[in-house]
Design a protein around this ligand. Structure first.
Ligand SMILES: *Cc1c(COP(=O)(O)O)cnc(C)c1O
Length: 339
């Protein structure tokens, strides 16, 4: 069966670099949403706990419950629970507030310029009033940057907006008798771009997995890819010159060749190749023709083959970002941790 290998040393190496940059392990909240960016939620939760990460960020209650035992702090980005839980839930809009059970721990997401979700800075007071009315436990105030990865001053404009939001929140907390909330704003790109880090922690996803999608002009830390995708041979044949392979027969042997077919396809999350462009696997072997749902054929004579060892290669081939390549990997693939 095709499987995902997780390199423990690479993950620990990345977490070390991230913790240094943030100042401390406690200043890192590891983003584990969407099956830990396709890596495997429980595997990454367990390894990062071993490293000493105490905070996690997930997408929904289902993920939060699965990693409950691993972390002291879990922030859920987009879900509304039916009952009180130990997790922190994000308020993404004013209308959300009345939907949370009384006593829920909540964090207020503020839209400081991304205009995707969160309340507006000018709605802060109204949000505080509604939170008080609903008897929610306000634990944090945070934001998200839209251009931390790009060469522009937008990050600093948004950062300034968040500074204003922090000051106003502190003032409102006094007025409403709430405790000082946790403040956080940085994703991976922002953490590595900013010299000053005055928040309580950063929410780091992609960098932990070994990638950083930032403009080339910025200094990049030496991160190591954690994940690789492997497949096993299900069949082998000798192709005669002129024989064609797979759906549509788009690959034609120019000479006699050995062809091996492996048990990984687009159902496993590797994007479909249509056979019109040459795709070369990490060890230099070429994929022959179209990728099928559950298999692909490769010009090689190996029992086992590495399909992805660096997500940047398929990301650039398919004109997307490493995030998408990783997160599409099927949760049904077996995960194997290696050192
Ligand atoms: C996904 C996400 C992050 C992590 O972003 P990376 O670029 O992977 O570090 C941080 N904060 C929020 C709100 C997110 O949705």
């Amino acid at each position: 069966m095709a499987y995902v290998k997780l390199n423990k040393n690479a993950l620990l190496h990345n977490l070390e670099i991230i913790s240094k940059k943030a100042g401390d392990r406690d200043k890192v909240a590891l983003v584990l949403k969407d099956n830990a960016y396709g890596h495997g939620l429980l595997e990454i939760a367990s390894l990062s706990k071993e490293f000493g990460i105490k905070r996690a960020v997930v997408r929904n209650l289902f993920e939060a419950k699965r990693v409950e035992g691993f972390f002291d702090y879990i922030l859920v980005l987009a879900d509304i629970p039916q009952e009180i839980t130990p997790f922190h839930f994000t308020i993404n809009s004013l209308e959300d507030i009345a939907k949370f059970p009384k006593g829920s721990k909540v964090e207020l997401k503020v839209d400081t310029g991304m205009h995707r979700s969160g309340i507006l800075p000018k709605e802060l007071k109204e949000a505080f009033l509604l939170i008080k009315k609903q008897k929610l436990d306000l634990k944090g105030v945070f934001t998200h940057y839209r251009s931390a990865d790009e060469l522009s001053s937008e990050l600093f404009w948004q950062q300034k907006n968040f500074e204003d939001v922090k000051n106003e929140s502190l003032r409102l907390c006094k007025e409403f008798g709430f405790e000082k909330p946790l403040f956080h704003s940085c994703n991976s790109a922002a953490l590595f771009r900013l010299n000053e880090f005055s928040d309580d922690f950063a929410r780091v996803g992609i960098a932990a997995y070994g990638y950083l999608e930032i403009d080339e002009v910025f200094d990049k830390p030496e991160l190591k890819p954690v994940l690789s995708l492997w497949a096993k041979r299900i069949s082998k044949r000798e192709l005669k010159k002129g024989e064609r392979v797979g759906y549509g027969g788009v690959f034609e042997a120019e000479k006699d060749l050995v062809l091996s077919t492996f048990d990984v396809g687009y159902a496993d999350g590797f994007f479909r190749l249509d056979g019109t462009q040459e795709y070369v696997l990490p060890k230099g072997n070429k994929v022959a023709g179209r990728v099928s749902m559950d298999s692909m054929s490769v010009l090689c004579d190996e029992e086992e083959i590495c399909i992805i060892d660096n997500a940047k290669i398929p990301a650039s081939f398919f004109d997307t970002i490493t995030y998408e390549i990783l997160v599409k990997l099927s949760p049904f693939l077996k995960r194997e941790v290696v050192s």
